[in-house]
Design a protein around this ligand. Structure first.
Ligand code: UDP
Length: 433
């Protein structure tokens, strides 16, 4: 797939990408806490070009809620203090970006866009169209004061692409989603791919799976660059037993799921699998961030119906995921639809905990085809139960894979590597405009 992602100089609305832009971004190689501090200092300078010119970037996000894409943006902007973030709503993201030294420009009126399902029909979006037009004008004004517009979500791109191009600014779309039928309606996929072809100078995706889906939806492969999400994680030196005591978690076999509660994240499959593995408990970490409250209630009802209320522990949204991960015997990532990336996977790899994930979307790329974790088919509680039982029966048999996973995450998925790759693309795209 990455070979397919080659250059195209025939862009119409978009600025043309360079001949060699396609492919996986260079991974960060640094290891250990000292090295990572050094890398961070180096990347702080990576936003400045050799000639000293730093493009004025307008980062655009539709939501103030922190899910994976917003956590990526929080880390991506670190080398860009002084840049501006245009946010459709206030919230945790605004706070995090302010802390990183960005100027926050809030949309004058909230758009209610985060409440609009991303696979919503055009008809359901009609009532907010007037509001959206006002928002587009406001974005155009903000774009005029910048050199380049960086849309961090599908909704941000839909709203920012045309206004930015109308005022002559190049647009980068950081596409954190899989543009496939599991996640988006047909019209949505067509509109997004066409708009990208028309207006996006550069499309950044976190995985080969996301790149392939974009191209299958009709997006031009020549504008796509894969930049894997990168993150750093500080290990707690305490033993899992000590951490469990501190965190109030039970002793005995314990696994964890660490994702927002949403039907496609597949927590229900884990509950079904648990029914087949006696004595195993599971912490379910995360909440319904985007209105999936019915699913959250259904999960509790499902656990109760299977007599598992005391074995499925719902911990809600947490800010101490790495410590919780270090405390469990395994992390399960049970998405039933393809994952565009899954930061959770990398966090588990860095935490040094065995990972069992569904083979959907990018999981296999991240877990090295199963060499860095166990892959099971999605929507198969029976297969997940077998994998869980095997792990509990002989945890030592997984040690080599878990070691490999940590090395792999340190090598390929560090924050510094991601920041450098993104800065390079921002500079290149701004220079071509
Ligand atoms: N997360 C968190 N608290 C929770 C549950 C999840 O901070 O209670 C974090 C998790 O550690 C990860 C992110 O949310 O960094 C989810 O990112 P991922 O790419 O796995 O999924 P997304 O939500 O983007 O689909």
């Amino acid at each position: 797939m990455t070979q397919v992602l080659s250059a195209n100089r025939n862009a119409s609305c978009a600025a043309a990408p360079p001949q060699d832009e396609a492919g996986v971004a260079a991974p960060g190689q640094e290891r250990g806490p000292g090295a990572s501090r050094l890398a961070t200092r180096q990347q702080d300078r990576s936003a400045i070009r050799a000639d000293g010119h730093r493009p004025r970037v307008l980062f655009v996000s539709h939501t103030g809620t922190m899910s994976g894409a917003e956590l990526v943006l929080r880390d991506a902007v670190r080398p860009w203090p002084g840049a501006t973030a245009y946010l459709f709503e206030d919230g945790n993201l605004a706070e995090a970006l302010r802390d990183a030294g960005l100027t926050i420009r809030l949309a004058r009126r909230g758009t209610g866009l985060s409440g609009l399902r991303r696979d919503a029909s055009v008809l359901r979006a009609l009532p907010v169209l007037g509001q959206l037009a006002g928002l587009a004008l406001d974005i155009a004004r903000a774009a005029r004061g910048s050199d380049i517009v960086y849309a961090n979500s599908q909704k941000a791109f839909l709203l920012a692409a045309l206004p930015a191009r109308l005022v002559g600014r190049p647009v980068i779309w950081h596409l954190h989603d899989i543009l496939d039928s599991a996640h988006f309606g047909r019209i949505q996929r067509i509109v997004q791919a066409r708009l990208a072809n028309l207006c996006a100078a550069t499309i950044i995706v976190p995985s080969r799976a996301a790149a392939e889906a974009f191209v299958a939806a009709g997006g031009r492969p020549t504008r796509v660059t894969i930049v894997p999400n990168g993150l750093d994680l500080e290990l707690d030196p305490k033993s899992p037993a000590a951490l469990r005591a501190e965190l109030g978690l039970p002793a005995g076999p314990l696994v964890g799921v660490f994702s927002r509660l949403a039907p496609w994240k597949g927590q229900d499959v884990v509950i079904d699998a648990l029914a087949e593995v006696p004595n195993l408990r599971c912490i379910v970490v995360g909440s319904a961030l985007f209105g999936e409250d019915a699913y959250a209630a259904e999960l509790r009802a499902r656990a109760a119906a299977r007599g598992l209320s005391d074995r499925v522990l719902f911990l809600g949204q947490r800010s101490d995921v790495p410590r919780l991960m270090q405390a469990v015997d395994a992390v399960v990532h049970p998405s039933v639809d393809p994952e565009p990336f899954g930061r959770t996977l990398v966090e588990a790899m860095l935490a040094g905990v065995p990972v069992i994930a569904t083979d959907a979307g990018a999981s296999s790329e991240i877990l090295d085809g199963g060499a860095a974790g166990t892959l099971v088919p999605p929507r198969r509680p029976d297969r997940l139960a077998v994998a869980l039982a095997e792990l509990l029966a002989d945890p030592d048999a997984f040690a080599a894979r878990t070691h490999h996973a940590r090395d792999r995450a340190l090598t390929l998925y560090g924050a510094a590597g991601m920041q450098a790759a993104l800065a390079k693309l921002i500079h290149e795209t701004a220079a071509r405009a």
